[in-house]
Design a protein around this ligand. Structure first.
Ligand code: AMP
Ligand code: MG
Length: 535
């Protein structure tokens, strides 16, 4: 029995707001948009709202904070995590950072609609930072309102938790609440302004520091503060690296390269497209952060991006994510250069990204195919042939890999029975021409040959494949269905999806409907196939 003591009131949370203790604060205390110099953060209070209402909370995240279920259902929980009250020990602030947006330096960005509440130490001694997204304007809001709408908040809440349960490094989401106030948005920037319900998500992570947190300091030639923030980050999150020195900064950057590579391998494994991989949206801890116009691959298309703002150049398309992470790390290397002052070792660290990604990708692909290990002589072409095949006709990525585990390595009566398990993965039966089927069969026979080299039963292989190939992901249309219902004040689907996505690799009788491929109505529907940054 777990004997960890659970808190029954938020005022009992144990805060240790080390970030704001250690690092310099903006001296201006009034909340208006401005450039903030010589500081890592600005003090700012969440804006009070009319009528907070709890929509959902994640009990696993509550447990990380030692919060009891009764507490999470209390009115005070809703008040605090919508921003109406700071509990004892909370100190609220917005972070200063910059970033490259779509490849161009954008200068200061910062927490324009995120307000940090401080860092708690839980009963296991772990440190967790809390942050409200959508709790009102900050000095970094520029011309925007600091608010968030229900649809984008549902997407962030559900996807953070779904990603965690898939085993992908990510920031977490404690709660989703409504503010009781409306927010005006022009969803597709086409003049159709509309009032939408305002919402707040409470995000939880060891740290919300981004690549851009360092970039802004170097851009301003503030090398003293750059060193201070780097030293703080190393001592808090990489203490095993030791006392900061140029060698330690390099080891730290190398770790960031590794962690980022591992995160991207996971994205490619599960078919997640972030949609806005700007350097301000890259976590220094290699966590998936800032769920905006993200999407999940339905038919396997490396050129797909969910983000309409990126439709022209497709910089952040699925197949380009590994390349973009490398580019972003290059920008971080530039930002950290003043601490290291040597190009070659930074370049060598960037090479660690490439090798970590490549090896990670090969192992991940081998795992997805149920191979015991990657064998370059056979598997390189096995993988590339498969990827070509997946793109040739509309093939649901998630269903394809899941169904591939059903393929038997034993003899088959005929070709049709061999490919039968894969048929549910195809969107357009008319595309399954004799020529396509011949290629698919050729590949399957190559695959079965390869499997027979491994001493592994079909049953064992299936179990291993099903532990890396999810059955349930937050399909774009499922999130949209939950949004449609929530906009009529029915939150049941949010909680049903949250529950289902807790066990993405497990067969869930009764929940098969959540594993179905995208229905035709969702093909071109806004929110399902197209998303904008308006959130
Ligand atoms: P994003 O790329 O969506 O993460 O946002 C880029 C920048 O815009 C960040 O600095 C955000 O804080 C800011 N931002 C986005 N939406 C809003 C908003 N509604 N109000 C204020 N700032 C915002
Ligand atoms: Mg962002």
């Amino acid at each position: 029995m777990n004997t960890i003591q659970q808190l029954t009131q938020l005022d009992d949370l144990s805060f240790d707001n080390h970030f704001i203790r250690d690092l310099p604060c903006d001296t201006e205390t009034h909340n208006y948009p401005r450039q903030v110099f010589d500081a890592c953060y600005s003090p700012v209070l969440p804006t009070k709202v009319a009528k907070p209402l709890r929509v959902a909370y994640a009990h696993e995240v509550a447990e990380l904070l030692d919060l009891s279920p009764e507490l999470c259902l209390s009115e005070d929980f809703t008040e605090v995590f919508t921003g109406n009250r700071l509990s004892k020990g909370m100190e609220s602030y917005a972070l200063c950072y910059g970033g490259h947006q779509f490849g161009h330096w954008a200068g200061q960005l910062g927490d324009g609609r995120a307000i940090n509440l401080g860092e708690i130490i839980n009963s296991k001694g772990e440190r967790w930072a809390l942050q409200l997204k959508g709790a009102g304007p900050t000095p970094y809001s520029r011309t925007a309102d600091g608010l968030a709408v229900l649809r984008s908040s549902i997407r962030e809440f559900l996807c953070s938790e779904a990603m965690h349960h898939l085993g992908v490094p990510t920031t977490r989401a404690l709660s989703l609440t409504l503010t009781g106030e409306s927010v005006i948005r022009d969803m597709f920037y086409n003049g159709n302004r509309k009032a939408e319900p305002g919402a707040v998500v409470c995000r939880v992570a060891p740290s919300f520091t981004r690549f851009g947190s360092f970039q802004i300091l170097t851009a301003r030639r503030d090398h003293t503060l750059l060193k201070h923030l780097a030293d703080h980050t190393i001592s808090m999150h990489h203490p095993h690296l030791g006392i900061p020195s140029p060698t330690v900064y390099l080891a730290w950057f190398t770790e960031i390269c590794q962690k980022t590579a591992e995160m991207i391998v996971h994205w490619q494994r599960v078919g997640f497209v972030h949609g806005v991989m700007n350097t301000d949206n890259m976590s220094i801890l290699g966590l998936t952060i800032d769920y905006g116009p993200y999407g999940w691959l339905e038919n396997y298309d490396p050129n797909w991006t969910p983000n309409t703002t990126d439709a022209e150049h497709r910089r952040y398309r699925f197949g380009n994510q590994p390349e973009i992470a490398f580019w972003n790390l290059g920008q971080l290397a530039n930002a950290l250069y003043p601490l290291i002052e040597q190009v070659e070792p930074l370049q060598a660290a960037l090479n660690v990204y490439t090798t970590t990604f490549e090896q990670g990708w090969q192992t991940m692909m081998a795992d997805k195919l149920g191979l015991i290990c990657y064998k370059p002589e056979s598997d390189e072409s096995l993988f590339s042939d498969l990827i070509a095949l997946l793109q040739r006709v509309e093939t649901d990525m998630t269903l394809f890999y899941r169904q591939l585990a059903m393929i038997s390595t034993q003899t088959h009566d005929d070709d049709e029975s061999l490919i039968l398990p894969l048929m549910t993965a195809y969107y357009r039966p008319e595309q399954l021409t004799a020529d396509y089927k011949a290629h698919l069969l050729l590949w399957l026979k190559q695959y079965i040959n390869r499997l027979q080299q491994d001493d592994n039963s079909d049953e064992e292989r299936k179990t291993r494949m099903n532990s890396v190939n999810p059955k349930y992901v937050l399909r774009n249309y499922l999130a949209q269905l939950a949004i449609d219902k929530a906009e009529t004040s029915d939150f049941t689907l949010i909680n049903e999806l949250l529950e289902c996505l807790r066990h993405p690799y497990t067969e869930q009788p009764g929940n098969e409907v959540f594993a179905e491929k995208r229905p035709e109505w969702a093909r071109q529907r806004a929110g399902c196939s197209m998303l904008s940054c308006s959130s």
